[in-house]
Design a protein around this ligand. Structure first.
Ligand SMILES: [Zn+2]
Length: 289
Protein backbone atom coordinates (compact mmCIF):
# COMPACT_ATOMS: atom_id res chain seq x y z
CA UNK A 1 0.00 0.00 0.00
CA UNK A 2 1.32 3.46 -0.79
CA UNK A 3 2.00 5.82 2.05
CA UNK A 4 1.04 9.24 0.77
CA UNK A 5 2.57 11.20 3.62
CA UNK A 6 6.15 10.08 3.08
CA UNK A 7 8.71 12.01 1.10
CA UNK A 8 10.51 9.53 -1.13
CA UNK A 9 12.24 11.42 -3.90
CA UNK A 10 12.29 14.57 -5.94
CA UNK A 11 13.68 15.15 -9.40
CA UNK A 12 14.21 18.71 -10.57
CA UNK A 13 14.71 19.29 -14.27
CA UNK A 14 15.50 22.63 -15.89
CA UNK A 15 16.30 24.06 -19.29
CA UNK A 16 15.09 26.47 -21.93
CA UNK A 17 12.21 26.39 -24.38
CA UNK A 18 12.80 27.99 -27.76
CA UNK A 19 9.97 29.21 -29.95
CA UNK A 20 10.58 27.86 -33.45
CA UNK A 21 7.49 29.68 -34.71
CA UNK A 22 5.49 32.50 -33.13
CA UNK A 23 3.44 31.62 -30.06
CA UNK A 24 -0.09 32.59 -29.12
CA UNK A 25 -0.99 31.72 -25.57
CA UNK A 26 -4.08 33.88 -25.44
CA UNK A 27 -5.42 35.61 -22.40
CA UNK A 28 -8.90 35.10 -23.89
CA UNK A 29 -9.50 38.82 -24.32
CA UNK A 30 -7.71 42.05 -25.04
CA UNK A 31 -5.80 44.02 -22.45
CA UNK A 32 -5.74 47.78 -22.39
CA UNK A 33 -2.03 47.88 -23.28
CA UNK A 34 -2.49 46.01 -26.55
CA UNK A 35 -4.04 47.13 -29.81
CA UNK A 36 -4.93 43.56 -30.77
CA UNK A 37 -8.35 41.98 -30.29
CA UNK A 38 -6.76 38.95 -28.63
CA UNK A 39 -3.68 39.51 -26.53
CA UNK A 40 -1.24 37.00 -25.09
CA UNK A 41 -0.84 36.36 -21.38
CA UNK A 42 1.57 38.76 -19.72
CA UNK A 43 3.13 39.24 -16.32
CA UNK A 44 2.74 42.45 -14.35
CA UNK A 45 5.68 43.99 -16.25
CA UNK A 46 3.96 43.42 -19.61
CA UNK A 47 6.30 40.56 -20.50
CA UNK A 48 4.99 37.31 -21.98
CA UNK A 49 5.08 34.04 -20.10
CA UNK A 50 3.76 30.53 -20.66
CA UNK A 51 1.54 29.26 -17.82
CA UNK A 52 2.89 26.03 -16.36
CA UNK A 53 -0.63 24.61 -16.59
CA UNK A 54 -0.66 25.13 -20.41
CA UNK A 55 2.66 23.36 -20.75
CA UNK A 56 1.57 20.55 -18.45
CA UNK A 57 -1.69 20.04 -20.35
CA UNK A 58 0.13 19.57 -23.65
CA UNK A 59 2.78 17.33 -22.04
CA UNK A 60 0.07 15.15 -20.49
CA UNK A 61 -1.90 14.93 -23.75
CA UNK A 62 1.18 13.77 -25.67
CA UNK A 63 1.99 11.07 -23.15
CA UNK A 64 -1.66 9.95 -23.07
CA UNK A 65 -1.61 9.39 -26.81
CA UNK A 66 1.48 7.17 -26.58
CA UNK A 67 0.11 5.17 -23.64
CA UNK A 68 -3.28 4.58 -25.29
CA UNK A 69 -1.56 2.96 -28.26
CA UNK A 70 0.04 0.33 -26.03
CA UNK A 71 -2.47 0.10 -23.20
CA UNK A 72 -5.95 0.70 -24.63
CA UNK A 73 -7.77 -0.19 -21.40
CA UNK A 74 -7.35 2.13 -18.44
CA UNK A 75 -7.35 1.60 -14.68
CA UNK A 76 -5.29 -0.15 -12.01
CA UNK A 77 -2.06 1.53 -13.02
CA UNK A 78 -2.41 1.01 -16.75
CA UNK A 79 -3.59 3.05 -19.70
CA UNK A 80 -4.71 6.66 -20.02
CA UNK A 81 -8.28 7.67 -19.29
CA UNK A 82 -10.02 10.74 -20.67
CA UNK A 83 -9.93 13.16 -17.73
CA UNK A 84 -12.44 15.48 -19.41
CA UNK A 85 -15.39 13.02 -19.48
CA UNK A 86 -16.82 11.45 -16.36
CA UNK A 87 -17.82 8.23 -18.14
CA UNK A 88 -14.36 7.85 -19.70
CA UNK A 89 -12.30 8.48 -16.58
CA UNK A 90 -10.60 5.62 -14.74
CA UNK A 91 -12.89 6.46 -11.80
CA UNK A 92 -16.31 7.99 -12.39
CA UNK A 93 -17.94 10.28 -9.84
CA UNK A 94 -20.34 7.47 -8.89
CA UNK A 95 -17.49 5.02 -8.27
CA UNK A 96 -15.69 7.59 -6.16
CA UNK A 97 -18.82 8.24 -4.09
CA UNK A 98 -19.31 4.49 -3.57
CA UNK A 99 -15.72 4.06 -2.42
CA UNK A 100 -16.07 7.02 -0.06
CA UNK A 101 -19.10 5.37 1.53
CA UNK A 102 -17.42 1.96 1.70
CA UNK A 103 -14.28 3.27 3.40
CA UNK A 104 -15.83 6.15 5.28
CA UNK A 105 -14.10 5.18 8.52
CA UNK A 106 -10.73 4.34 7.01
CA UNK A 107 -9.39 7.35 5.06
CA UNK A 108 -5.98 5.73 4.52
CA UNK A 109 -7.59 2.70 2.91
CA UNK A 110 -9.79 5.02 0.82
CA UNK A 111 -6.68 6.84 -0.49
CA UNK A 112 -5.06 3.51 -1.30
CA UNK A 113 -8.16 2.21 -3.12
CA UNK A 114 -8.47 5.40 -5.18
CA UNK A 115 -4.80 5.23 -6.10
CA UNK A 116 -4.98 1.52 -6.89
CA UNK A 117 -7.85 1.98 -9.37
CA UNK A 118 -6.34 5.00 -11.11
CA UNK A 119 -4.81 4.75 -14.57
CA UNK A 120 -1.10 5.14 -15.30
CA UNK A 121 -1.46 8.79 -16.28
CA UNK A 122 -3.67 9.91 -13.37
CA UNK A 123 -1.20 8.34 -10.94
CA UNK A 124 1.52 10.63 -12.29
CA UNK A 125 -0.31 13.76 -13.49
CA UNK A 126 -3.09 13.73 -10.91
CA UNK A 127 -6.87 13.66 -10.95
CA UNK A 128 -9.56 15.37 -8.87
CA UNK A 129 -9.05 12.58 -6.29
CA UNK A 130 -5.26 12.35 -6.57
CA UNK A 131 -2.43 14.88 -6.20
CA UNK A 132 -0.15 15.37 -9.18
CA UNK A 133 3.45 14.22 -8.95
CA UNK A 134 4.43 16.65 -11.70
CA UNK A 135 4.76 20.33 -10.88
CA UNK A 136 5.57 22.78 -13.64
CA UNK A 137 6.38 26.40 -12.90
CA UNK A 138 5.28 29.18 -15.20
CA UNK A 139 7.82 29.58 -17.99
CA UNK A 140 9.36 33.04 -17.81
CA UNK A 141 11.55 34.82 -20.35
CA UNK A 142 15.16 33.58 -20.29
CA UNK A 143 16.37 37.11 -21.13
CA UNK A 144 13.84 39.53 -19.65
CA UNK A 145 16.31 42.41 -19.99
CA UNK A 146 16.23 42.07 -23.78
CA UNK A 147 12.47 42.13 -23.99
CA UNK A 148 10.82 45.31 -25.15
CA UNK A 149 7.24 46.16 -25.90
CA UNK A 150 7.87 46.27 -29.65
CA UNK A 151 8.81 42.64 -29.63
CA UNK A 152 5.15 41.63 -29.67
CA UNK A 153 3.79 41.07 -33.15
CA UNK A 154 0.20 41.56 -34.26
CA UNK A 155 -1.26 39.31 -36.95
CA UNK A 156 -4.53 39.35 -38.79
CA UNK A 157 -7.05 36.60 -38.43
CA UNK A 158 -10.14 36.02 -40.52
CA UNK A 159 -13.16 34.24 -39.16
CA UNK A 160 -15.13 32.40 -41.84
CA UNK A 161 -18.90 32.72 -41.87
CA UNK A 162 -20.08 29.11 -41.78
CA UNK A 163 -23.26 29.81 -43.77
CA UNK A 164 -21.85 31.45 -46.87
CA UNK A 165 -18.14 30.59 -46.36
CA UNK A 166 -17.03 34.18 -46.79
CA UNK A 167 -15.24 36.53 -44.50
CA UNK A 168 -17.35 39.42 -43.40
CA UNK A 169 -15.95 42.53 -41.78
CA UNK A 170 -17.38 41.68 -38.42
CA UNK A 171 -15.39 38.48 -38.36
CA UNK A 172 -12.01 40.08 -38.94
CA UNK A 173 -9.81 40.18 -35.90
CA UNK A 174 -6.18 40.56 -35.06
CA UNK A 175 -4.17 38.78 -32.46
CA UNK A 176 -0.92 39.20 -30.66
CA UNK A 177 1.92 36.68 -30.82
CA UNK A 178 5.30 36.26 -29.18
CA UNK A 179 7.84 36.07 -32.06
CA UNK A 180 9.89 33.03 -32.99
CA UNK A 181 13.34 32.78 -31.44
CA UNK A 182 12.13 33.87 -28.01
CA UNK A 183 13.59 31.76 -25.19
CA UNK A 184 11.81 30.82 -21.97
CA UNK A 185 13.20 29.06 -18.91
CA UNK A 186 11.39 25.96 -17.72
CA UNK A 187 11.51 24.03 -14.46
CA UNK A 188 9.75 20.76 -13.72
CA UNK A 189 9.64 18.94 -10.41
CA UNK A 190 8.64 15.29 -10.27
CA UNK A 191 7.94 14.28 -6.70
CA UNK A 192 7.63 10.78 -5.27
CA UNK A 193 7.76 9.09 -8.67
CA UNK A 194 7.61 5.32 -8.48
CA UNK A 195 11.06 4.47 -9.81
CA UNK A 196 10.69 0.69 -9.61
CA UNK A 197 11.69 -1.24 -12.72
CA UNK A 198 8.11 -1.96 -13.80
CA UNK A 199 6.80 1.62 -13.30
CA UNK A 200 9.64 4.12 -13.96
CA UNK A 201 7.24 7.06 -13.64
CA UNK A 202 10.04 9.61 -14.00
CA UNK A 203 10.88 7.95 -17.34
CA UNK A 204 7.25 8.33 -18.44
CA UNK A 205 7.48 12.11 -17.94
CA UNK A 206 10.84 12.15 -19.71
CA UNK A 207 9.29 10.34 -22.65
CA UNK A 208 6.88 13.26 -23.06
CA UNK A 209 9.61 15.87 -22.60
CA UNK A 210 11.59 14.18 -25.34
CA UNK A 211 8.74 14.96 -27.72
CA UNK A 212 9.25 18.64 -26.90
CA UNK A 213 13.03 18.22 -27.27
CA UNK A 214 12.55 16.68 -30.71
CA UNK A 215 10.44 19.63 -31.82
CA UNK A 216 7.28 17.57 -32.32
CA UNK A 217 5.02 19.62 -30.08
CA UNK A 218 2.96 22.76 -30.52
CA UNK A 219 1.83 25.02 -27.70
CA UNK A 220 -0.93 27.60 -27.55
CA UNK A 221 -3.49 28.63 -30.16
CA UNK A 222 -3.41 28.88 -33.95
CA UNK A 223 -1.75 25.50 -34.39
CA UNK A 224 -3.38 24.90 -37.76
CA UNK A 225 -1.75 28.16 -38.89
CA UNK A 226 1.67 26.87 -37.90
CA UNK A 227 1.93 28.75 -34.64
CA UNK A 228 3.40 27.35 -31.44
CA UNK A 229 6.14 24.98 -32.64
CA UNK A 230 8.64 24.78 -29.82
CA UNK A 231 11.92 23.07 -29.07
CA UNK A 232 12.93 22.15 -25.56
CA UNK A 233 16.55 22.11 -24.41
CA UNK A 234 17.68 20.31 -21.25
CA UNK A 235 20.30 21.78 -18.94
CA UNK A 236 23.44 19.64 -18.59
CA UNK A 237 22.51 18.51 -15.10
CA UNK A 238 19.39 17.67 -13.13
CA UNK A 239 19.00 17.49 -9.36
CA UNK A 240 17.82 14.39 -7.53
CA UNK A 241 16.93 14.00 -3.87
CA UNK A 242 16.49 10.36 -2.93
CA UNK A 243 15.33 9.76 0.65
CA UNK A 244 16.25 6.07 0.44
CA UNK A 245 19.92 7.06 0.19
CA UNK A 246 20.38 8.18 3.81
CA UNK A 247 23.79 9.82 3.39
CA UNK A 248 22.66 11.88 0.41
CA UNK A 249 19.38 12.75 2.10
CA UNK A 250 21.08 13.99 5.27
CA UNK A 251 23.45 16.03 3.10
CA UNK A 252 20.42 17.53 1.37
CA UNK A 253 18.79 18.39 4.69
CA UNK A 254 21.99 20.12 5.79
CA UNK A 255 22.80 21.97 2.55
CA UNK A 256 19.48 22.20 0.70
CA UNK A 257 21.18 20.72 -2.34
CA UNK A 258 20.46 17.37 -3.94
CA UNK A 259 22.71 15.16 -6.04
CA UNK A 260 23.57 16.23 -9.56
CA UNK A 261 22.81 13.80 -12.34
CA UNK A 262 23.87 14.21 -15.94
CA UNK A 263 21.40 14.87 -18.73
CA UNK A 264 22.33 11.49 -20.21
CA UNK A 265 21.37 9.71 -16.97
CA UNK A 266 17.97 11.40 -17.00
CA UNK A 267 17.37 10.68 -20.69
CA UNK A 268 18.08 7.00 -20.02
CA UNK A 269 15.05 6.91 -17.74
CA UNK A 270 12.88 7.54 -20.82
CA UNK A 271 14.56 4.62 -22.58
CA UNK A 272 13.84 2.40 -19.56
CA UNK A 273 10.19 3.40 -19.59
CA UNK A 274 9.97 2.82 -23.34
CA UNK A 275 11.31 -0.70 -22.79
CA UNK A 276 8.43 -1.38 -20.35
CA UNK A 277 5.99 -0.42 -23.11
CA UNK A 278 7.90 -2.49 -25.66
CA UNK A 279 7.63 -5.56 -23.42
CA UNK A 280 3.89 -5.08 -23.19
CA UNK A 281 3.67 -4.85 -26.94
CA UNK A 282 5.51 -8.18 -27.07
CA UNK A 283 2.99 -9.70 -24.67
CA UNK A 284 0.09 -8.43 -26.76
CA UNK A 285 1.63 -9.85 -29.92
CA UNK A 286 2.14 -13.22 -28.21
CA UNK A 287 -1.43 -13.27 -26.96
CA UNK A 288 -2.85 -12.51 -30.39
CA UNK A 289 -0.98 -15.33 -32.16
ZN1 LIG B 1 -7.15 8.16 -15.21
Amino acid sequence: MSNFNLFKNRLRLTGTLELETALRVGSGSTDNLSSADISVVKDNLYRPYIPGSSFKGVLRAHIERVIRLVEPNCGRGLGACNPLRDDERCLSNTQIENLKKEFEKDPQRLDAELFDRSCRICRVFGAPWLASKVLIKDLLLAHPDLWMERRYQVRNGVGIDRDNETASQGLLYDYEVVPSGTLFNWEIIIENADQSADRTEDGLVMLGLNEFANGRVQLGGGRSHGLGWVKLHFDDEAEIIDASNRDDFIKYLATGKGCKKSREYILKRAVLFASILAKQEGKNVQASI
